[in-house]
Design a protein around this ligand. Sequence first.
Ligand SMILES: Cc1cc2nc3c(=O)[nH]c(=O)nc-3n(C[C@H](O)[C@H](O)[C@H](O)COP(=O)(O)OP(=O)(O)OC[C@H]3O[C@@H](n4cnc5c(N)ncnc54)[C@H](O)[C@@H]3O)c2cc1C
Length: 400
Amino acid sequence: MRKRALVVGLGIAGMSAAIGLRAAGWTPVVVERAPERRQGGYFVGLLPDGRQAAIDLGIADDLHTRNPADGGRAWELDRRGNRAPGLGFLHQPGQPAAVVRGDIEAALWQGLGRAGTGARIDVRFATRPVELSDAGDIVRVLLRDGGTGEEYREEFDLVVGADGLRSDVRRLAFGPHARYIQDWDAMICAFQLPGQVPGYDDQDSIISARAGRAAWVFGFADRAPTALLTYRTADISGQFTGDRIERLRSVYSGMDDPVVRYVLDELERAPEFLFDSVHQVRMPRWSTGRVVLVGDAAWCLNLYSGMGATSALRGGAELGKALRSTPDDVRAALAAWEAALRPSILRHQRIAHLKQQMFVPSGRGTEAVRSFVLRLGGAARRRQLARELSASPAGSGRAS
Ligand SMILES: Cc1cc2nc3c(=O)[nH]c(=O)nc-3n(C[C@H](O)[C@H](O)[C@H](O)COP(=O)(O)OP(=O)(O)OC[C@H]3O[C@@H](n4cnc5c(N)ncnc54)[C@H](O)[C@@H]3O)c2cc1C
């Protein structure tokens, strides 16, 4: 008999785990609390581990990437709003693939067989778990259909909690959020812009980063850029009171450069935006009995790490591989999976603090160092591109 797994959450981690489990001979059932699949989303840079996981899951050919030509240009704005070439997210080592979150999810959705190809995986929308009880050889789950209000019980050989930062599976199986979620005293607001900031090329990325607050615009090859506002504050609960746009206007007041002005004006017109606090999830174990967490639910690295989507893909793909290589012992498979993954997750959790300084410096000193380093990097990159151009046959032809 094929073993059944309940996968909670239809995000990157949940869909990756479901595809991985199916490849291992399991029958996954995915439940998603939202009434339908979400689309779009914000800029995500996918690093080599994530691209390899996409290949392992068989979705790489369906993954639409949007890297600007020649790596794209990034501009750094100074305190007077003047621009200088800098280094953007896509210029880091590993040549990240530029996508929006929805591109990864669309490819995974195809992989679930939901777009008319391959074996279809059962997906139930508007459904969430309300009770879990691990009986040793089986997990009994009480599920609630949010549409009809109906509650029903089912049994599974494994429950995979892929339900994000504020995971219900984690709360039900491991205990309260406060035990695992660390506050980072920072906020984000991410949304889709209707077009590029006036005066810049469509594919440009633009960064205006001051002490404690920053605005980023991420350019793509074939769609309008997305914007990210991120700032530091010790008063997280206070950020969720009152009107959010007024709150952001007040946080960014005095930072009157053309990019911040444009982003805030477009935020007022945006049909939707993500506004949330920044956290990391730290857990001593990612599984207990036959319940395992994956992705943000288990280790949320947060956006500053630039590795959340990559690690969610990899976590799901590797879970499938571990269950395939130890088919008769779920606990041993989960232990082996965690032992292989944990060192790199811990490393990225630590590095995220340093990367946060690149996104939003903590003070005037780090702002100056950051700006100096990135402008130096930008100049070095320009020189390198010029050298490559003059060394190439087409480049020397033009030069002569
Ligand atoms: C602005 C921003 C920029 C980012 N940039 C990058 C980047 O450049 N590179 C990168 O690698 N990562 C990036 N990340 C991180 C990355 O997007 C996340 O780490 C990743 O999407 C997490 O996927 P997940 O599937 O674990 O969780 P989620 O995306 O949170 O998905 C969880 C799913 O579970 C569902 N759910 C929740 N609770 C329940 C429940 N009780 N029952 C059923 N379903 C439930 C939710 O509706 C959702 O569909 C960024 C994040 C942000 C916010």
